[in-house]
Design a protein around this ligand. Structure first.
Ligand code: SF4
Length: 378
């Protein structure tokens, strides 16, 4: 049986390109499936089914524990976008090749490298590589190495049948209402593969190079126990605070630049330690397991209502609450078109509460003179 996961997978490429030893380190650690990963798998399976239906290919609707109107709605949004791009490809050539959940081999540039592209459309002029991300962490398509690896695989396998000039990378995040698109030429992609990808992939395959902690540690299997990450984060503790007693503005700004990573790292270590204690009876000096806070809950809501109403002192409006379903659920129920027509002017999107982010954040700076400030203060 061929392996289903490459050591240098496309989905972990952001990590092994930034920290080349990480792939071999992760190889030795257990890959625990998470609720979010399983939810993503369900979204991909349903999307694949819908796209196969659109392409009139044999398919059977998958079932999962995540089946819901929400899953149906958001996968529809992704599929709609893919279908638009497929139709667009037919305007460029008569026989575009549409690949759904296709294994793409990029081992000509990365040792033993392969991955599964969600959707790839190969046509004259443009090669489209689309990725569905069902999670809530925003991911940009700009220079995205995962999608560039899929593109390299697709070009190697099918590129010679078409006159491809441009590679268009698209990340769809329907739950964030986000479609991120980035284009580069085939020449730029090939140059990146030769100059940056190949040397780093060779190092990563051998498990060599320097450990380098950063944002890419977030989903690394070694994130809780990695020394390089710990050392980087503990640098904060080494800050040389001098008199006076109160921190200066410059010192607070310096702490802010590190606080987010520090908090994420501390949480990872905590979760790891707690899991080890619960699952493997691990004893940590100075710590113990206790039972969490208990919360009361009804065991039989129907019976409760029956008993309370039977007293004759209370009516249904006192014991039941009645709320409208959420805007998203309403839009799913009515469909986008009817929702826009019949509910126009009956809903609003109030300004979000301002929050502090690094200057590099892509949102424009909050304008305190705008109504937003007044609404927030109100
Ligand atoms: S946690 Fe970060 S620094 Fe450590 S191995 Fe993983 S990616 Fe590299």
């Amino acid at each position: 049986m061929p392996s289903t996961h490459a050591l240098l997978s496309a989905s972990s490429s952001h990590r092994w390109l930034n920290c080349t030893p990480s792939a071999r380190i992760e190889e030795a650690l257990e890959n625990r499936s998470s609720f979010y990963a399983n939810e993503g798998t369900a979204a991909h399976a349903l999307s694949e089914h819908k796209l196969r239906e659109f392409l009139k290919l044999p398919t059977q609707r998958p079932t999962s524990d995540f089946d819901s109107t929400e899953l149906n709605y958001y996968t529809d949004r992704y599929v709609e976008h893919v279908c638009e791009l497929i139709s667009e490809a037919y305007t460029r050539c008569n026989d575009p090749r549409v690949l759904i959940e296709q294994r793409l081999d990029y081992s000509h540039v990365v040792p033993q490298g392969f991955g599964t592209g969600d959707t790839v459309i190969v046509s004259d002029q443009i090669l489209d590589v689309l990725d569905l991300k069902y999670g809530m962490v925003r991911v940009s398509a700009e220079d995205n190495p995962q999608l560039k690896l899929y593109a390299l695989g697709a070009l190697d396998m099918y590129g010679f049948f078409y006159d491809v000039q441009t590679v268009r990378l698209t990340i769809c995040q329907p739950r964030l209402d986000s479609i991120s698109v980035f284009e580069l030429s085939v020449a730029e992609l090939t140059q990146w593969a030769e100059i940056e990808l190949k040397p780093k992939a060779d190092l990563a395959f051998r498990g060599e190079g320097e450990f380098a902690a950063g944002g890419h540690c977030r989903f690394c299997r070694a994130r809780a126990t990695c020394r390089a990450r710990a050392e980087k984060n503990l640098e904060l503790a080494k800050m040389d605070f001098k008199a006076p007693a109160m921190l200066s503005d410059e010192e607070i700004a310096e702490i802010l630049t590190k606080a987010e990573d520090l908090a994420a790292w501390a949480k990872d270590v905590w979760v790891y330690a707690e899991k080890e204690a619960i699952s493997h009876d691990k004893q940590w000096t100075g710590y113990k397991l206790v039972e969490g806070t208990r919360k009361r809950k009804y065991t039989n809501e129907g019976k409760i209502a029956e008993v309370v109403l039977a007293t004759g002192q209370y009516n249904e409006s006192q014991i039941y609450t009645k709320n409208l379903i959420s805007l998203t659920a309403m839009e799913q129920l009515l469909g986008k078109k009817t929702f826009a027509e019949v509910l126009d002017g009956l809903w609003e999107k109030p300004p979000g509460k301002p929050k502090l982010v690094p200057k590099s954040h892509k949102k424009p700076e909050w304008n305190r003179n705008q109504q937003a400030k007044k609404d927030f203060e109100d």
